[in-house]
Design a binder for this molecule. Structure first.
Ligand SMILES: Nc1nc2c(c(=O)[nH]1)N[C@H]1C(S)=C(S)[C@@H](COP(=O)(O)O)O[C@H]1N2
Ligand SMILES: [Mo]
Length: 339
């Protein structure tokens, strides 16, 4: 049986050298250069390759977005309590160069490398299951569904590293309300895209695809649970879960499913990819908890990406520092257990 590679403790894990990363900015500049070269009619193999790439499959949308292109996404400052940490955000290069998105490979640099041409238009998200009004929304409807807010959240990966990320989006509750959940709905399941034509990492030995996650309905309705459509004031880069992903800041990062295509309201606790893969290591609730170690490493501290490998680790906070907002959701639940 394959031991999930997901759970690699961060000790001894060397942060990728900057030269291994292709920051989105550099990539955008390269594309701009290629377009410019094609426009000038530069006679070379490079220009015909460039024009071939650039001319293929134009994707309509905000600012005429093509796969991998960057586009602004304006947002207002969120008023949701806890939505703004004062900690400095990580750099764009770190946030878009050090990723977990196993559909594109299991190394931290794989998503940035392999998701460049990921097509995020057309895109739809279907809300169904125990709802009064099942609905399928396209990306433009999602972008207009509620005012876009900027929120700066800490992200704590179960592997023991963390970042601070300025997201753009709105509360998941806004989206769920559109479908009018029935009284019988108790949980929400989130299903990511699994497209073997675009995703080179869909190996059945890694996870059971599609990637699926879930929340209890009251967790999903908490205003801090975010539908993210952008980061750093731009549409989401592919490697961060474009065009639409979940962000649940008080839970380990794996709960925040990327590139979501379906949201199901259900009565029973739904199957999730990581619980299915390793039930002894990952739980459904997966609230960040420094007092409960992962079976293979401590969760007491974390390495903040960008601190440098020699900097001391930081103490991990219960609920990733969002306890004042969310702890009451778990009254009566034994938090010492690894759920
Ligand atoms: N579909 C999908 N969603 C996913 C993952 C994944 O592999 N596939 N990885 C998760 C994990 S482990 C983390 S830590 C976060 C990372 O999000 P980021 O790359 O935007 O920082 O995405 C989560 N969502
Ligand atoms: Mo993670």
């Amino acid at each position: 049986m394959l031991i999930p590679r997901f759970g690699q403790p961060e000790d001894g894990h060397v942060h990728p050298h900057p030269s291994e990363i292709t920051p989105a900015a550099v990539y955008a500049d390269r594309r701009r250069w290629m377009r410019q070269a094609a426009a000038w009619g530069v006679a070379s193999a490079a220009s015909s390759w460039a024009s071939g790439v650039e001319a293929a499959d134009p994707v309509p949308g905000i600012a005429g977005v093509r796969p991998g292109a960057r586009a602004p996404l304006s947002a207002v400052r969120s008023q949701v309590p806890g939505a703004w940490t004062m900690e400095p955000p990580n750099t764009h290069a770190d946030i878009t160069g050090y990723n977990n998105f196993y559909e594109f490979g299991t190394d931290k640099g794989d998503p940035a490398r392999h998701a460049r041409e990921f097509r995020t238009r057309p895109w739809t998200v279907t809300l169904d299951g125990l709802v009064r009004k099942p609905v399928t929304l396209d990306l433009d409807s999602l972008l207009k569904l509620a005012p876009l807010e900027e929120r700066i959240y800490r992200l704590r990966c179960v592997e023991g590293w963390s970042m601070v990320i300025p997201w753009v989006g709105y509360s998941l509750a806004e989206l769920l309300k559109r479908a009018e959940p029935l009284g019988s709905a108790k949980y929400v399941q989130f299903i990511s895209l699994a497209d073997p034509k675009q995703m080179p990492g869909l190996n059945p030995r890694v996870l059971a695809w599609p990637y699926a996650e879930g929340l209890r309905l009251d967790e999903a309705m908490h205003p801090l649970a975010l539908v993210a459509l952008g980061l750093y004031g731009e549409v989401l880069p592919p490697q961060n879960g474009a065009p639409v992903r979940l962000v649940v800041p008080w839970k380990y990062g794996f709960k925040s499913a990327k590139s979501i295509v379906r949201i199901r309201l259900v009565e029973q606790m739904p199957a999730t990819a990581w619980v299915q893969a390793a039930p002894s290591e990952y739980g459904f609730f997966a609230n960040v908890n420094p007092a409960v170690d992962h079976p293979r490493w401590s969760q007491a501290t974390e390495r903040r990406i960008g601190d440098g490998v020699f900097a001391p680790k930081r103490p991990t906070q219960p609920f990733n520092g969002y306890g004042a907002q969310v702890a009451s959701l778990y009254a009566g639940l034994d938090l010492r257990r690894w759920y």
